[in-house]
Write a protein that binds this ligand. Structure first.
Ligand code: ASP
Ligand code: MG
Length: 406
């Protein structure tokens, strides 16, 4: 018997009508004899609305209460989807993350799944029920509800597919798979038939919002092939995320990712001596601020400038940390900017062939886009550019690497 885990994102379950439609898709598969586990996100913008609501009460909500609040969004959509299935004559049961046996660590708002006790799930499946699981949540050893971080329902789905040894894992969203670039920015972008885990991971961490990065990571570890499809066009092929892609494609830039806004922090006049980078980046990491591109300028008169990018929301926190360190690091000043964005090219071929970087810089130069900072990985090159030029940069790179052609 085929066992399938599906996940429907917020836009796919945005209203009662959407839920009925999704119930129809699930019912068809259940009636065809598949064992179905369905993970749902909160309806539409529910999670954002809940965040706003909390902000109206307090600027410093405790993380535990935030998780109590945010987890309700997925409980609403899962129970409603279960009812919609009953209406279509399908036996279904909704489960919260804890009821589904999802155990996490205690890191509220960014909990990691520690284990899944699948007995209840297995029991429901054996009883012939469709199981609807509230995404993005679990229970910690302290017995508290936890959430997995924004977008975390993907991770719930892939983790369940691994734990239940599912035959298929399908992620339904509002676009027809993973595109060569964001089609809202590059109109000739096209969906990819397949993409490798490591490529997808790079895309997800450099701005492609289609998949939660940790879901891709889990997929890679447990060898779960992930089908990304549109719930509005479920018959379209979509994209398969898997270990290996067709060999010929291993030699190409596969896609362009972008980030509309990143923050930049520059620490000026840092003494150029050993230990200074540790002295700055360790405290930042401890404060939970993740730093992206880092550039250290050549030193002049034994001082240097250290520049790094962070999420715009982390600029303030980063400055606080560095100001606190000032007496120790003896830097001259710290300045920030938030009018920047990034463009990245991603493809496994880059690891082995030269020339990708120069082609990227040439394309940006020809488009009149100034490159502020550059960072490279094995299969990725990222340029920090002015936020206002991000869209032009994406289009220029999409054309230069001929991504409009299969
Ligand atoms: N509802 C949560 C969010 O909006 C989790 C998810 O959609 O995956 O971030
Ligand atoms: Mg959502």
């Amino acid at each position: 018997m085929t066992r399938t885990v599906q996940k429907y994102g917020g836009s796919s379950v945005a209203s009662a009508d959407h839920l009925k439609r999704v119930a129809g898709l699930v019912a068809a598969r259940a009636k065809a004899g598949e064992q179905m586990v369905v993970v749902v996100s909160a309806m539409g913008d529910t999670t954002d609305d809940l965040v706003d609501l909390a902000a109206q009460i307090t600027s410093k909500p405790r993380a535990r209460e935030m998780d109590m609040l945010l987890s309700t969004g997925e409980i609403v959509s899962s129970s409603l989807l279960s009812m919609a299935l009953h209406e279509q004559g399908v036996d279904a049961v909704s489960l919260t993350g804890p009821q589904a046996g999802i155990r996490t660590d205690t890191a509220h708002a960014r909990a990691r799944i520690a284990s899944i006790r699948a007995e209840r799930l297995e029991g429901e499946l054996t009883a012939g029920r469709v199981v609807i699981v509230a995404g993005f949540q679990g229970i910690s050893d302290d017995g508290d509800l936890t959430t997995l971080g924004r977008g975390g329902s993907d991770t719930t789905a892939v983790a369940l597919a691994a734990a239940l040894d599912a035959d298929r894992c399908e992620i339904y969203t509002d676009v027809a798979g993973i595109y060569t670039a964001d089609p809202r920015v590059a109109p000739d972008a096209r969906p990819l038939g397949d993409i490798a885990y490591d490529e997808m991971l790079e895309l997800a961490t450099t701005g492609a919002r289609v998949m939660h990065a940790r879901a891709v990571e889990l997929g890679a570890i447990y060898g779960v092939e992930i089908f990304v499809k549109s719930s509005f066009n479920p018959d379209a092929p979509g994209t398969i995320i898997r270990r290996e892609t067709i060999m010929e494609q291993g030699n190409k830039v596969r896609a362009i990712a972008h980030e509309n806004r990143v923050g930049k922090v520059t620490v000026r006049g840092v003494p150029d001596r050993p230990g200074i980078a540790v002295g700055i980046f360790e405290p930042l990491a401890e404060a939970g601020i993740s730093v992206d591109t880092i550039v250290q300028n050549a030193s002049q008169e034994r001082t240097t400038d250290l520049t790094f990018t962070v999420e715009p929301g982390d600029i303030e926190g980063a400055v606080e940390v560095i100001e606190r360190l000032m007496p120790e690091i003896r830097a001259r000043e710290v300045v920030t900017a938030d009018n920047l964005g990034t463009v990245s090219i991603v493809g496994t071929g880059m690891a082995t062939s030269p020339g990708y970087a120069s082609k990227m810089f040439r394309a940006l130069t020809d488009a009149g886009v100034n490159i502020e900072m550059i960072s490279t990985g094995d299969i990725r090159i990222t340029c920090v550019v002015e936020a206002a030029r991000v869209a032009d940069a994406v289009r220029a790179l999409h054309a230069a690497f001929e991504l409009d052609q299969a």
